[in-house]
Write a protein that binds this ligand. Sequence first.
Ligand code: C5P
Length: 398
Amino acid sequence: MSERRVLLIVGGGVAAYKALELVRLLRKAGVGVRPILTRAGAKFVTPLSLSALAEDKVYSELFSLTDEAEMGHIELSRSADLVVVVPATADLIAKAAHGLAGDLASTTLLATDKPVLMAPAMNVRMWLHPATRRNIETLKADGVGFVGPDEGAMACGEFGPGRLAEPPVIFAAVMAALKGPAPRPLAGKHALVTAGPTFEPIDPVRGITNRSSGRQGYAIAEALARLGARVTLVSGPVALATPPGVDRVDVETARDMLAACQAALPADVGVFVAAVADWRIDEVFGAKLKKDKHGPPTLVFVENPDILATLSATGPKRPRLVIGFAAETNDVEMHARAKLARKGCDWIIANDVTEPGVMGGEENAVLLISKDKTERWDRAAKDAVAHDLAQRIAESLS
Ligand code: C5P
């Protein structure tokens, strides 16, 4: 690792002091650190501290004659194996997402051809603001990696997501990124994933749907693609960006979802995460229903096809591994095991949706149920659950 080099951009936020600890950890591990300190960053840490710990010159100005003479800013952006931004402020994130290049840090981010890892830190409302959400999705789609933020008490006196990840966690992410691209055990494999809710129309303007956010399914599609799989993601209506490297097919109804899944076959693995409506309206009203003297309308339901059961049925096109999901509110294992048998799939990933923050939230606590065993996984972020599941899929298909 000794000749590995990190270009570290230190942005302007209270958490900038933690960047100093990161530099110390990296130097101890023999990683070279070349610091760029933004003007705002210099309000929080001094160039002298950064330079002393990094044992290198600190770069700050885009139009500095001496800096340009020593190392032009374009060269600077290429001089490392990895560009790391700590703390990645809302401003730096927005600039990078939009390709702005008004100072040395943003110019470097635009000019680099090296992988970029950002550790965001900002006030909770700035983090949750739709503009920041959009910018993060854009950067993820561009291939930028993220570590954190954590949730907790903040310097501004508020509580929530937006705290910089702790230096040892950022250090681990940097070391992992320096190891280069992860192995791709699913290269050459095709994965079919369903995600999100379905929407079953009542009339041209109304319909029946559910609260599925699609997050877990999208995270699984992303994790499978990261392991090298070709991924077809058949998605109900959700407000999520398509993960990098994933082919997305948008559908509304359960029947469209089934047709899209069948069209995507053959696949090596099918992961059916979508919250599919069990019933649809028998005859969709052709015109908008009106209030009238006859009182409220009567809706007649018919059963939707079960996509998971249909694709689990033996046949030449059955994926080698079929995985269903079960959202349960009680006796999770018993119901999930019964579902495994009824649907004919190979694994069921069961979760207790009465747990706070699971439905529509960022975390999940699941059981993996196969014919002969039950595993209980620790509660973790949906991304982490997705990563672990993708690894297990890779092992099973290898
Ligand atoms: O029967 P239940 O809806 O609880 O089963 C959940 C599992 O079945 C999920 O994997 C879901 O994606 C799948 N499913 C399906 N088609 C349906 C209903 C559920 O694929 N019509």
